[in-house]
Design a binder for this molecule. Structure first.
Ligand code: FES
Ligand SMILES: [Fe+2]
Length: 363
């Protein structure tokens, strides 16, 4: 049986010599041999198919009649039409054009039209492992032999006895993962970018007390206080510590603030300069706005949309916008080395580059 070779998941080859570290990090992709979130579970109905992308490779994602989610190379072997234009039939996926049908393991299993005396083509499309957790659909795009070594991020706050409030969002930012990592790991922007408005003014960031890289992560600890001039003071619980920890735990980003808030930023690179971002904003309690009382859990369904609209949404929109304008600046001046006193970006560039080179070497 012939296995069709899909388009390479890694569009760029080995990193060409670059003038500066940031250029090399921007040219690197993210290693496909990790689990990446691709869609919220609730967004994919039964017998529905959608197209997703990871670093320029298209994948059709569908949910079969029994509720199982499958991921398959998004191109029909016949004339290369995307299968995501097609239909789900039982457990199979059928191309919209001439109806070639593929089984869940990617094997071509049915052609209804005339075969012109030719034998039935022996074709198998590539399929990708899928799992559902934290109300997200995760796909593993990489080397299947590494599957057992790679785990989903541990978002224990969602699986605690009393799960934290979760305000999930998805956004598409016109920026590479490197720009998003820069925004996330360097909080010196908080007092300017976020503190201009009542809605987004939230924290006072103090000195960096730790910043180091070990194995596959970069960690930054710094002092933090609530900014009493902002909306967060009236809606969120009080900080339990004055520490903020921020981590690039490759390829995921998380931050905890004062033991009361946590943010996961989960990146899905679509191409070199576009990244879909799943943002899980968590807090251990939400106040009834403008009162000192914590809201009962049953009010979550009313409060989460409000918090998303007036607090978390504007805050994270500003982060996305800042990653996009950093991307624009980079594209206009790619060879200019940034003058950057914060220690985290350099460590993050090095981590991104090393992981990409390790991936290319394996390949
Ligand atoms: S292109 Fe898919 S069946 Fe013809
Ligand atoms: Fe920010």
């Amino acid at each position: 049986m012939r296995t069709t070779e899909g388009p390479g998941l890694d569009s760029s080859s080995a990193l060409a010599p670059r003038r500066n570290l940031r250029q090399a990090a921007c040219a690197a992709g993210l290693d496909p041999s990790y689990w990446y979130p691709v869609e919220f579970d609730s967004a994919l109905g039964r017998e529905k198919v959608i197209g997703i992308r990871f670093q320029n490779t298209s994948v059709a994602l569908y949910r079969d009649r029994h509720g199982n989610v499958r991921a398959i190379e998004d191109r029909c072997a016949h004339r290369l039409v995307k299968l995501s234009h097609g239909f789900v039939e039982g457990c199979n996926i059928r191309c919209v054009y001439h109806g070639w049908t593929y089984a869940p393991d990617g094997t071509l299993c049915n052609i209804e039209h005339e075969s012109f005396g030719k034998p039935f083509p022996s074709v198998k499309l590539r399929t990708f492992p899928v799992q559902i957790r934290y109300e997200l659909i995760w796909v593993f795009f990489g080397d299947p032999s590494l599957l057992k070594q790679r785990h989903l991020p541990d978002i224990s706050e969602l699986e605690a006895k009393r799960p934290w409030f979760c305000m999930p969002q998805v956004m598409v930012w016109k920026a590479s993962p490197t720009m998003i990592v820069n925004n996330f790991m360097d909080s010196t922007h908080v007092s300017t970018l976020h503190n201009r408005q009542f809605w987004t003014r939230s924290l006072k960031i103090g000195a960096v007390t730790e910043c180091h890289a070990d194995s596959d992560r970069v960690f930054v600890r710094q002092n933090v206080e609530m900014d009493f001039g902002g909306l967060l003071r009236y809606t969120g619980p009080t900080l339990k510590t004055n520490k903020q920890d921020t981590c690039y735990e490759y390829p995921y980003l998380w931050a905890t603030v004062g033991g009361a808030y946590k943010l996961w930023t989960l990146m899905l690179p679509l191409d070199e300069r576009t990244t879909k971002v799943f943002l899980l904003s968590l807090c251990d309690g939400v106040k009834i706005p403008f009162t000192p009382w914590l809201a009962p859990r049953w009010t979550r369904r009313f409060l989460v949309p409000l918090a998303l609209r007036y607090l978390v949404g504007p805050l994270l929109d500003a982060d996305g916008w800042s990653a996009e304008i950093e991307q624009e600046g980079y594209e206009e001046h790619p060879g200019v080395s940034p003058v950057d006193p914060h220690p985290a970006p350099t460590l993050c560039y090095q981590l991104t580059i090393r992981k990409w080179e390790e991936h290319l070497a394996k390949d």
